[in-house]
Structure formats: C-alpha cells, structure tokens
Design a protein around this ligand. Structure first.
Ligand code: GSH
Length: 201
C-alpha cells in the first residue's frame, strides 16, 4: 500500500489549508486537481470517494478522510517527526484539540452566518458557537500571549485556525483585519516557508 497521500485539490477552496499542512508536515502527496467549473466534484467518480462532493478530500492507505480539521489532525499524527501535534498524553493535547474543534465547531459556523448576513439567533445559549463576537473575543484571548495557540509551540491547530482567520480577513469579515493580535498572528503564519510555498493555493 502506498504511503503517498492522494490529495483532491482546488486552490480556490478550503483544500488550500490542507496543501499548507502537507508542506508543513513534509508528507509525500500527489495532487489530483478538481475543476469546480467542470463540475468534477459532483461527477460519479468523485462522489464515490466523497458523497458530499466537497474538497478537501484525501485518500491515504486506502482510507478516505474528509473535513479540513480532521485531515489536518490526521496528517499531524501520521508525520510526527514534523512535531505539529502534542503527544496524546501531553498536557498540551487538550488545548490542541480544543482549538481544532473550536475552529470547526464554533468559528466556522459563526463566520458563515456573519458572511451570509444571517440574523444572529435570539437564544445564543442554544447554538454551540454562541455569537460571532464571543467567538472572536475567545480567539483574541487565546492569542493574546502568543505567538501561537499553544503558546510558544506552533502546531497543526495554527494551520487550521490561522487559515480560517486568514480567509475570513480576505473576505472582509468584521473584527479581524486591523486588530493587532490577529494581524500579527496572520503575518507570523504567512511568513512560514511552507505557507509561502502554497500561498497560491
Ligand atoms: N466541512 C467541510 C466543508 C468543505 C467545503 O464546503 N468545501 C467547499 C470548498 S471550500 C466545496 O467543496 N464546495 C463545493 C460544493 O459543495 O459544491 C470541511 O471542513 O472541509
């Protein structure tokens, strides 16, 4: 069974985050370009791999992995020599999980709501992400001491959450660009060689 990761990719998608992660990890991978305009992501051949018809998607050792945060965490664990995830029994693992899941379960839906100009729900106690403002305040606090989400240690959680912040800034989401803590964080991440190698997607 090949060790090479098959990476279904379109640079204009969340798969850009995975591209950066693959480079950070030094993982062997092969890109299979997916053309959204041609509808390749909804073609039967791709739906057989990911019935959601979405990117990013990887196949490794015959197993399909989807969901950006899951893929990024999977790569970190499979290429431990890159040191992108605290050991499972390390105290830092808790914070690491926290920010990965916060990125997927809180930041992403709050951001999508904001970008789609959906009204905030009245009962924020009933939605997992509370409110966009609470999410940003929480991230701001997490990064206040920095330089990374886990303090001095850069991790795969920064690849994921940092990418989300970077994308949100690009799309003009409020409360991010112009806030020193977020500007500095994104500049720090963007300066990384692996991020620069994949900056075009
Ligand atoms: N929950 C997924 C979302 C993936 C997703 O929505 N990908 C978009 C691109 S950023 C996509 O493939 N859209 C094409 C479509 O649904 O038609 C993740 O976190 O990876």
């Amino acid at each position: 069974m090949t060790e090479e990761i098959v990476f279904y990719h379109n640079p204009r998608s969340r798969s850009q985050m995975v591209h950066w992660m693959l480079e950070e990890a030094g993982a062997p991978y092969r890109i299979v370009p997916i053309d959204f305009e041609k509808g390749e992501h909804k073609a039967p051949a791709f739906l057989a791999i990911n019935p959601m018809g979405k990117l990013p998607t990887i196949v490794h050792r015959g197993v399909v992995v989807t969901e950006t945060a899951a893929i990024i965490a999977y790569i970190a664990d499979n290429f431990p020599e890159a040191g992108l995830a605290p050991e499972p029994t390390d105290a830092g693992r808790g914070a690491y999980y926290r920010w990965l899941f916060f990125g997927a379960g809180c930041f992403e839906p709050a951001l999508i709501d904001k970008m789609m100009k959906r009204p905030e729900v009245e009962r924020k106690a009933a939605v997992g992400w509370g409110s966009y403002d609470d999410v940003l305040a929480t991230l701001k606090k997490a990064l206040a001491d920095g330089p990374y989400l886990l303090g001095e240690t850069f991790s795969a959680a920064d690849v994921y959450v940092g990418s989300e912040i970077r994308f949100a800034m690009m799309f003009g989401a409020p409360g991010l660009k112009g806030e020193k803590v977020f500007d500095d964080y994104v500049a720090r991440l963007s300066a990384r060689p692996a991020a620069q190698r994949t900056a075009g997607g």
